[in-house]
Design a protein around this ligand. Structure first.
Ligand SMILES: Cc1cc2nc3c(=O)[nH]c(=O)nc-3n(C[C@H](O)[C@H](O)[C@H](O)COP(=O)(O)OP(=O)(O)OC[C@H]3O[C@@H](n4cnc5c(N)ncnc54)[C@H](O)[C@@H]3O)c2cc1C
Ligand code: SF4
Ligand code: SF4
Length: 457
């Protein structure tokens, strides 16, 4: 879609074909707010990014054909099947953006109903609104597995376990912490050895690499064991004399993230415009330089940022004023906290990959940063003027919302219980886009430790 928009905006006639019934690829299935910078629709839920790209395609007069499966490429002649009809389309340029395939994990019993890949789970749950089980287990702690586990919780399922064969959690800490705070166990060095049940799935046997098996009851297993490029069409095209006029972008080239696919797509569209004389070389060079800068930031090596401010705000702010506590220390090219702050109180001084820094004196306590952070890594703390308590405001997306006057448990960044808290305020605003801000009363000396709230059984 990004390629189509850039090419069509510059006057090229563009046909966008996708085998699904609506455009957007994986974005259509994502209900969470995305990481990234404003350039990549950061802080916006995936399906809304897809809708916005579709509107941009419409505005640029991109011809969209759904469902239309491209089954062959012969040079720059594509064969398509659309609603039972075969179409042959010749193009000056072709951009292949066919996404990824999911890698399966096989174990005895893996064909039982209820066991599926994470993409299938997201299609069922987030597109068709069908929950495949009340109790679920996720294989894989990369970002896809962690995000799916969180989405299962939002859909009302209980995630009994995330099972990870490696010795460390694969995805971003902020994604892992979201499910740890909800009490989901992540079992490292473990794999599913067997799925059992007379008919449907009833239990999985989980095997530890160091020895020792245990059973977990579940109705669904979601496999998030990695992806590989869906590159069949690319292989058709390989070796063609005019191969340079056939671009491959996004996951079809290398499986990365949506923001990277968007950058690559934009560049591919501009490259087509350049070749057809609709874009001059100087403008293309400028755009390419900006895209390369953005891609470099998006591909920063993983790990904690040495200059991260997280955890430094150890004590609540002055009485009466609530200010953010930011728990974001990894190098993630992300900046909704900066972009949404109306007071300019959160800054990233060295590009989107640098850590967010709070300039507390400017903060008005509006809460927009906490509601917009895709990692739910920001809370607000305000000390009471009257006693030794503090108000702690946490982002909350599960249903049902807590009720005023209820006692919940305040939990740490990684889900350890901190103390009992009393629910005293719930803010739901259009600007928070489906994330409620729940304010609880807690002892002042524990307030900065509280990163979320959980209802203990
Ligand atoms: C299950 C899953 C979950 C993911 N979750 C996230 C996430 O939460 N955040 C994130 O940043 N990244 C995520 N990704 C990574 C993904 O790289 C990006 O989100 C992004 O969607 C990649 O864009 P793309 O256009 O390359 O591929 P896709 O979004 O997958 O789009 C490819 C499209 O091509 C269509 N297609 C394929 N073959 C044909 C054909 N022969 N004819 C016609 N149409 C065809 C497909 O139906 C699909 O609509 C996820 C990937 C997967 C597989
Ligand atoms: S609470 Fe509001 S003013 Fe303060 S840093 Fe967050 S967004 Fe900015
Ligand atoms: S704190 Fe800011 S940079 Fe960190 S994940 Fe949240 S929005 Fe992104």
């Amino acid at each position: 879609m990004a390629a189509a928009i850039e090419a069509a905006r510059r006057g090229l006639s563009v046909l966008l074909a996708d085998e699904q019934t609506a455009p957007g690829g994986q974005l259509r299935k994502q209900i969470h707010k995305f990481f990234g910078s404003r350039r990549h629709y950061a802080g916006i839920r995936g399906f809304r990014i897809a809708e916005s790209l579709e509107a941009e395609c419409d505005a640029a007069n991109v011809e969209m054909l759904f469902p239309a499966t491209v089954f062959s490429l012969d040079g720059r002649t594509a064969g398509l099947v659309h609603r039972g009809r075969t179409l042959i389309v010749e193009a000056a340029d072709i951009v292949i953006a066919t996404g990824a395939r999911e890698k399966p994990v096989c174990f005895p019993g893996w064909t039982k109903p209820g066991i599926m890949t994470v993409g299938a789970l997201q299609t069922l749950m987030n597109v068709h609104r069908v929950l495949p089980g009340r109790k679920c287990v996720v294989i894989g702690s990369g970002n896809a597995g962690l995000v799916a586990a969180h989405q299962l919780l939002l859909a009302g399922a209980s995630v009994e376990a995330v099972v990870e064969a490696g010795a460390a959690i694969g995805g971003y800490a902020v994604h892992a912490n979201k499910i740890l705070r909800e009490g989901v166990p992540i079992h490292l060095g473990c794999t599913i050895a067997e799925a059992t049940g007379g008919g449907p799935l009833e239990k999985v046997r989980i095997s530890r690499s160091g020895g020792g098996d245990f059973f977990v009851e579940t109705e669904c297993v979601a496999i998030a064991a990695g992806f590989r490029p869906n590159d069949d069409l690319r292989r058709f095209a390989r070796g063609e004399a005019d191969e340079p006029r056939i671009g491959v972008v996004g996951d079809a080239d290398r499986v990365e993230e949506a923001s990277i696919a968007l950058e690559q797509g934009r560049l591919a569209g501009m490259r087509s415009a350049l070749r057809s004389g609709r874009l001059d070389q100087a403008e293309f060079d400028r755009e390419q330089e900006a895209a390369e800068r953005a891609l470099a930031a998006l591909r920063l090596p993983r790990g904690d940022h040495p200059a991260a401010q997280a955890g430094r705000i150890a004590a609540p702010a002055a009485a009466g004023k609530r200010i953010p506590v930011i728990r974001c220390r990894e190098r993630i090219a992300c900046d909704p906290c900066v972009g949404k702050c109306p007071a300019g109180a959160i800054v990233k001084t060295d590009g989107p990959g640098s850590p967010p820094r709070l300039e507390a004196e400017r903060c008005t306590g509006c809460g927009l940063c906490a509601a917009s952070c895709p990692g739910q890594a920001i809370t607000l703390v305000g000390a009471s003027a009257a006693d030794k308590s503090a108000a702690v405001t946490v982002p909350f997306e599960r249903c049902p919302l807590p009720e005023l006057g209820q006692t919940w448990t305040g939990v740490s960044e990684t889900g350890a219980p901190v103390c009992g808290v009393l629910v005293e305020r719930i803010e739901e605003r259009a600007a928070y886009d489906g994330t409620a801000l729940v304010t609880v009363r807690a002892p002042r000396e524990r307030a900065a430790e509280i990163a979320g709230i959980r209802r203990m059984a």
